[in-house]
Design a protein around this ligand. Structure first.
Ligand SMILES: [Zn+2]
Length: 432
């Protein structure tokens, strides 16, 4: 009874704050058994004439695909699936319950004592999701504490004026090669940002010991939250927000910042509707956060040898090209081989099995993503990493989608870290 009351109170608070409720929304999971079914899922939005929110895109035969449906569209979607012989499994019966739980977790987390954290950034709780301001304040404290080998800079400001801070971690020397890691380009994929923060903490704490050789040789650049306008919107207004916050265009906000890059922009896997979650924008690089990232990558593409972009979810280690199926860069064998090493390193930690695959072949082609752009400007080791949850771990956490409870942050980050270091070590040893 107490629990019901507290949930009711939360629901009232959420409504009062204007937080999008998703009452009665379900998440369905389907596993296509043939190419026709995959194709039907990919075309579902177009055929039905409304936007089903895909949490995990339709991909190859035998791979799970998750999507959220509003209650009023449920029978229409069920009929569509039945027509193609697809049997769905309900993985989330009511998304609002999940969101209430996530809000409760946010409200109950202990407040940060910034005085202590400023003196010792290791006091910062890495097993929680944080506000943009707290993330930036922590980055400042890390840079101040470890100033002999950490520098802090900004990629620039977002549309709403948020600072896109990043750290460069490594012994100061001229002309070093570097690994770039970004996270959170999709707003709702919170565990990606959290994993980037954990990665920073591991590197700065291990600098003088296990990572000395690595960080003497290369720099690791980490931009832990590269769509902060969207991130804050997903924290404060709509947990399922994916895009930026530009607009409105036709009454809708945001562009998918991972469809807004110029390489083969708009050719596949996008929507031209500003109300779609995969809207590619009116033209390439309309989004300020993408412009800021592009400027840095362009200016440093001689030294940046690896680009890892952290997303959730699915447990996939993905290499280019993504814009077209069966289309690969000339060094695809290198990319695949190193990807398999990274996946093995991940699996060695908690047993989580990642799928290593080409972006367009394993997902569906989607043009205008940051990985393809980075590869196109000459960066060698480029991967999109889809973190937990997924089908490859034994934690039985797949039902959470983007709302992965905070208790899974550390296991996720712990297993991801050695995968990232496989790429870092490869850049150190070369050739790149
Ligand atoms: Zn994503």
């Amino acid at each position: 009874m107490v629990r019901i009351q507290s949930l009711l109170v939360l629901a009232l608070i959420a409504t009062a704050l204007g937080y999008k409720r998703y009452e009665g929304y379900k998440v369905l999971q389907v596993k296509p058994e043939n190419e026709d079914q995959v194709h039907a899922l990919v075309k579902m939005n177009q055929v039905l004439g409304f936007e089903v929110d895909f949490w995990r895109d339709a991909r190859a035969v035998g791979r799970n695909c998750d999507f959220m449906i509003p209650p009023e569209k449920e029978s229409l979607v069920m009929d569509f699936l039945a027509y193609f012989g697809i049997t769905p499994k309900v993985v989330v019966n009511d998304v609002s319950v999940m969101i209430d739980r996530s809000m409760k977790e946010q409200q109950e987390k202990p407040k940060i004592d910034w005085k202590a954290v400023k003196a010792d950034p290791n006091q910062f709780p890495l097993d929680q999701y944080h506000t943009h301001d707290d993330i930036n304040a922590w980055l400042q404290s890390v840079a101040a504490t470890y100033s002999s080998f950490v520098t802090i800079s900004s990629l620039g400001k977002t549309l709403q004026g948020r600072d896109m801070l990043f750290l460069k971690i490594g012994t100061p020397k001229p002309n070093k090669n570097a690994l770039w890691i970004d996270a959170g380009i999709h707003a709702r994929e919170w565990v990606a940002d959290a994993t980037a923060l954990y990665t920073i903490s591991q590197l700065v704490n291990g600098y003088s010991t296990k990572f000395k050789t690595l960080l003497d040789a290369i720099d690791i650049i980490i931009a832990p939250s590269v769509n902060p306008d969207g991130y804050e919107y997903s924290r404060l207004s709509d947990r399922n927000w994916r895009k930026t916050r530009s607009g409105p265009r036709q009454g809708c906000y945001g562009v998918d910042p991972n469809r807004n890059w110029s390489f083969h922009w708009g050719e596949s896997g996008v929507s031209t509707s500003p109300c779609s979650d995969i809207y590619d924008g009116p033209s390439p690089f309309t989004e300020k956060n993408c412009q800021n990232m592009k400027a840095y990558l362009d200016a440093n593409n001689n030294t940046i040898k690896g680009m890892l972009t952290l997303h959730s979810y699915g447990e996939d280690w993905i290499y280019p090209w993504g814009y077209k199926t069966h289309t690969y860069p000339p060094d695809v064998n290198d990319l695949r081989a190193l990807g398999l090493q990274a996946a093995a390193a991940i699996q060695a930690v908690h047993g989580t099995k990642y799928v290593v695959a080409n972006s367009a072949d394993s997902l569906y082609p989607a043009a205008g993503a940051s990985d393809d752009y980075s590869k196109s400007i000459g960066i060698k080791w480029v991967y999109t990493v889809e973190l937990r949850p997924g089908d490859g771990d034994t934690a039985n956490d797949h039902q959470y989608g983007f709302n992965l409870p905070a208790k899974f942050i550390i296991p996720t980050a712990e297993e991801t870290f050695p995968g990232l270091m496989v790429v870092a070590n490869r850049i150190m040893t070369g050739p790149n």
